[in-house]
Design a protein around this ligand. Structure first.
Ligand code: SF4
Ligand code: F3S
Length: 389
């Protein structure tokens, strides 16, 4: 059987050269043939969502994907994909619930709509009891016997766009309604197919992967976008785009890469063709718990730069404090540039009046609260999150 370490290696190899599953599948086939791997049933429920995570998953729809979902996993129920519906589909769900208790993985795609006890989000019909079940009820029911619960997409992990201010549906992430269970959070708007499939494979073959403080698998969310961005050299030299669509660092037109953890710059999207910054659009921080409220307006620059150790400094004064020790702490990676003078020259140019002044769009008071003060799921009820009158 493929060792876990090797699996992680293949996962990284996939980053450099192609589809994750095409690297992993040939390596686990012998173990499957020898009966060393038991198939893990999967139930995929969709609640308050746009189906984006399914669409993203279908981008990896290839022979290897089909092989994995029918040999390593057993994709038993999928609200979006199934041909059957109504009570037949529901019976299948309950069959797994009864006969495969504590063996199946429950995947939830979409936010937990809480308003009026969840009754704006009916997703199943229990014929025997002539009862409609809403997202809250069905997720709570199935979670009770799930071995693992995986929330995919930022709606399911932290409420996502449906929970954005003023959150009329009172949406939250799954972890807010299942407080006594560990939820593995595969964030993203949507979640990348590799993040979802890699997490499921890890669960089926090796158990729980290493998680970060937001319960995201570290193998995908271990570094910031900024750490691996192809435009980092521009940032280090203080060369910033003044409009979306330009080729320089997109920090001043709203890039949230410095505070966003994901491997998009190396994994790429759309069958490894592109990713947001590469097509001249700022990262909007879609994998972070505070998305979208603290990440918008998407073209407003970050209100603060987080320093190692928790202190923050306004981006507007980066140029002015560039000679201070604090600036060295913020942009430790830019020290070399400091020595040769490019960084200070370019940043100063961008913060003083003149033909080269960059039009920094200030975040509104609504967006002044920082990622640090954000409490997942409380963004819409948090008093500090109220917009100014
Ligand atoms: Fe960092 Fe964004 Fe600039 Fe890339 S474009 S270097 S992620 S700020
Ligand atoms: Fe999302 Fe930023 Fe990647 S917006 S898709 S985390 S580049």
């Amino acid at each position: 059987m493929l060792e876990r370490r090797e699996f992680i290696k293949l996962l990284l190899q996939g980053i450099a050269a192609g589809n994750l599953l095409s690297f992993v599948t040939p390596r686990i086939k012998p173990a499957l043939a020898a009966g060393e791997v038991q198939r893990t049933p999967v139930l995929m429920i969709e609640t308050g969502s746009c189906t984006g995570d399914s669409v993203s998953l279908w981008h990896s729809w290839n022979p290897d994907f089909r092989y994995i979902i029918s040999n390593v996993l057993e994709w038993r129920f999928d609200t979006t994909l199934m041909q059957s519906g109504g009570s037949k589909a529901f019976d299948l769900l309950m069959d797994t619930y009864e006969k495969d208790a504590y063996r199946y993985i429950l995947i939830v795609q979409g936010s937990m709509v809480q308003r009026d006890n969840g009754n704006y989000n009916f997703i199943a019909y229990q014929e025997k009891e002539s009862k409609y079940l809403n997202g809250l009820e069905l997720v709570k029911l199935l979670a009770a016997r799930a071995k693992y619960i995986v929330a995919i997409g930022t709606c399911a992990t932290h409420g996502g766009p449906p929970s954005g201010y003023p959150n009329p549906s009172q949406s939250v992430g799954v972890q807010k309604i299942l407080r006594d269970r560990k939820i593995i959070n595969v964030t993203g708007c949507p979640a990348h197919a590799d993040w979802t499939m890699g997490t499921l494979l890890h669960l089926a073959l090796y158990g729980e992967p290493e998680l970060d403080s937001f319960n995201r698998p570290k193998m995908f969310y271990g570094e910031t976008i900024h750490d691996r961005c192809e435009r980092r050299r521009f940032y280090d030299q203080g060369i910033f785009a003044v409009d979306v669509g330009q080729k320089e660092c997109l920090y001043r037109v709203g890039c949230k890469g410095p505070v966003t953890f994901a491997d998009c710059p190396v994994r790429f999207w759309h069958d490894r063709k592109n990713w947001p910054v590469s097509c001249n659009s700022p990262c909007i921080g879609c994998t972070e718990p505070s998305f979208p409220d603290t990440m918008s307006p998407f073209t407003a620059s970050l209100p603060d730069i987080p320093f190692p150790g928790g202190t923050k400094v306004s981006t507007e004064v980066v140029g002015l404090s560039i000679f201070g020790a604090s600036a060295l702490a913020i942009i430790g990676h830019g020290v070399a540039s400091l020595y040769n003078g490019r960084l200070q020259r370019n940043v100063l140019q961008s913060t003083t009046k003149g033909p080269h002044r960059y039009p920094v769009k200030k975040a509104s008071a609504f967006h002044q609260y920082t990622l640090k003060s954000y409490t997942p799921g409380k963004n819409s009820s948090n008093k500090s999150a109220q917009p100014p009158n």
